[in-house]
Ligand binder design. Structure first.
Ligand code: NAD
Length: 297
């Protein structure tokens, strides 16, 4: 069994680390939140007093942090842990960050004699809990193969998109599409409701028609159509509006750099920005459903 250091125990990292423990890996955890660490200690993890302590003796270092700046400050700079990670360790960052951040990290960790892969995930909190995430990886094929001993416990698919940074590009493309689907599904459901249809009946019809998609099937944004989804729990938990807004910012930066045309991405980025400004930043991203409430005069 491997020695794993897991840093960042939020909505995603917490259940991912718990699955590693269930598979009998030795897991040393660190998070800025003491409460998040104690939840993992109850599962059988060792709480470290700092990230530098957590990575001692690690075979794998896994990070699951909010955004690029958190990942950069964890590993790099004066207080970064790059210099204390054992040389045998493989560093895996599963946060969603910019492709440039992932490439830069690969290069700088390499200067410390360390191997790195970017391995952002798809599948949400439900996938993190059930160990059915999809890991979308960038880096050397041999390193990705080696990582399967831990990624295979937390996910059902480990896919290679290409070299360092390619995992993040693929993840960003996926999330831009997800945002478009979530907003479009919300708009269609609200249109049906405004015309007297029941959202569950309409969802069942669209699920058997050409509008079928993942948000409708497993993450319906209308409350009480599905059980155990954020929309049926006041949009608590899940994937925050502000994190989706961050990913759409990454998508627009990536598009701009490549000269790609992304009018749908631009529109949905604007919708999520307005939705966050309306006070929904810490709610699940399916709460965009409320953006499409009919305007009554
Ligand atoms: P979260 O905000 O719930 O958790 C982040 C955790 O990181 C928090 O517990 C925070 O205390 C900790 N943290 C921040 N800085 C730290 C530091 N320097 N050292 C140690 N701990 C630190 O976020 P999340 O929903 O778990 O998402 C994590 C990443 O996964 C994000 O990049 C997000 O875009 C991505 N993601 C999230 C989902 C989802 O459904 N929530 C799905 C796919 C990908």
């Amino acid at each position: 069994m491997a020695q794993v250091a897991f840093i960042g125990l939020g909505n995603m990292g917490g259940p991912m680390a718990a699955n590693l423990i269930k598979a009998n890996h030795q897991v040393s955890v660190f998070d800025l939140s003491e409460e998040a660490m104690q939840a993992l200690v109850k599962e059988g993890a060792t709480a470290a007093p700092s990230a530098a302590e957590a990575v001692k003796d690690a075979d794998f270092v896994i990070s699951m942090l909010p955004a690029s700046q958190h990942v950069e400050s964890l590993y790099l700079g004066d207080k970064g842990i790059a210099s204390v990670i054992p040389k045998k360790a493989l560093v895996i960052d599963s946060s969603t960050v910019s492709a440039d951040c992932a490439r830069d990290l690969a290069e700088q960790l390499n200067e410390h004699g360390l191997r790195f892969i970017d391995a952002p995930v798809s599948g949400g909190v439900a996938g993190a809990k059930s160990g059915t995430l999809t890991f979308i990886c960038g880096g050397d094929a041999a390193d990705i193969e080696e990582a399967k001993v831990v990624l295979g416990v937390m996910g059902k698919n480990v896919l290679r998109a290409g070299e360092h940074g390619a995992g993040q590009v693929a993840k960003i493309c996926n999330n831009m599409l997800l945002a478009v689907l979530m907003a479009g599904t919300s708009e269609a459901l609200q249109l049906g409701r405004a015309n007297g249809l029941d959202a569950k009946v309409l969802s069942d019809i669209m699920l058997q028609s050409s509008g079928r998609n993942w948000t409708l099937e497993v993450y319906n944004p209308c409350p009480d159509v599905l059980e155990n989804v954020p929309s049926s729990n006041q949009y608590e938990g899940g994937f925050l509006v502000d994190l989706m807004a961050k990913d759409l910012g990454l998508a627009m930066d990536t598009a701009g750099a490549a000269g790609a045309a992304t009018p749908m991405g631009e529109r949905v980025q604007q919708l999520y920005k307005e939705h966050s400004e309306a006070g929904y930043g810490k709610k699940d991203f399916s709460s965009i459903f409320n953006y499409f409430e009919p305007k009554r005069t």
